[in-house]
Design a protein around this ligand. Sequence first.
Ligand code: KG4
Ligand code: ZN
Length: 359
Amino acid sequence: MDKPVTILAIESSCDETSCAVSRDGRLLSNIIAGQSVHEQYGGVVPELASRAHMQHIVPVVDAALKKAGCALTDLSAIAFTQAPGLIGSLLVGSEFAKSLALALGIPLLAVHHMQAHVLANLIPNETKQSSAEASAKASPSAAEASAKASPAFPFLCLTVSGGHTQIVLCHSPLRMEVIGETLDDAAGEAFDKSAKLLGLPYPGGPLIDRHARVGNPDRFPFPEPQIPGLNFSFSGLKTAILYFLRDNCASDPGFVDKNLADICASIQGRIISILLHKFRKAARKTGVRDLCIAGGVSANSGLRTAFLDMAAAEGWNAFIPPFEYCTDNAGMIAITGHYKYLNGDFAPLSVSASARAVW
Ligand code: KG4
Ligand code: ZN
């Protein structure tokens, strides 16, 4: 029998230090250490993030190996996030990965973070909420339409994170085409910057999500930008929110406190409608019927529900990663590394991390 393919993967692109172990494309562990140090600064401080990665990386790798029940000698290759991200943070993970691959004499797999977010939809995991289950909550017909466990190629993915907003056409695990993207802010930034204007701590996306659950999304109609094609823009919305809050707070200093749930629901509702309007357009244009969402903002409860509703109404198959694979995690790096391993797509030990990355 062939030796199983066992990948140890490291993710350190921003403010989560994560390590996962996969065997033959199934995840055995996925350990994530967050960094609360940034909360008091209202955003990620790159220097502090690098130092926290230095502190966390060895214990996180150790925990991932133990949880997986794996020894270092079981590993077939080391995968790591090569780009994009904060350069100091990426360097901690990439240099650790290179050293480990060198010491063990095994190949190195350099992974693109955004490609990995997309492939989170291919993680076969026991705890993964199947699209059928998820869709059943939206409507019974959607459950029938989405009875598949994972998307079939070609599929479309709306990747929404703190730094990116993209519509990706995926031909195969390693062949992806960006067919739409943001011209300015990312969707996650729109959430985080709006939250900051409302006086909420970083990261604001999950807090807006929480307040929005009990708010009225139609109370404050924020504008939807008219951008041609499949691209997005969120800077106009940010400016509209800034002026809206400035004007209302001038006449009533308690305006935000009194209306927080409705403001959050209205902001979230507009971000979702901007995203799904373009995603629907992309699906109709390409004729692709399997649709996924990915990235930190795909953890948003309003987006998840609205996406499932849209897919049900259009008769498309909808796929959403479970929460732990939406925000940054090494599980998605492991799965991408697995496909790269099968493809023989190895990186030299001289490979360097990069803050920016073209597709
Ligand atoms: O993918 P991710 O973890 O990191 C990047 O690659 O950027 O995404 C982080 C982003 C942040 O902007 C955060 O506010 C947002 O995802 N986010 C959310 C939610 N959970 C995370 N935004 C809205 N609702 C959520 N529940
Ligand atoms: Zn990410």
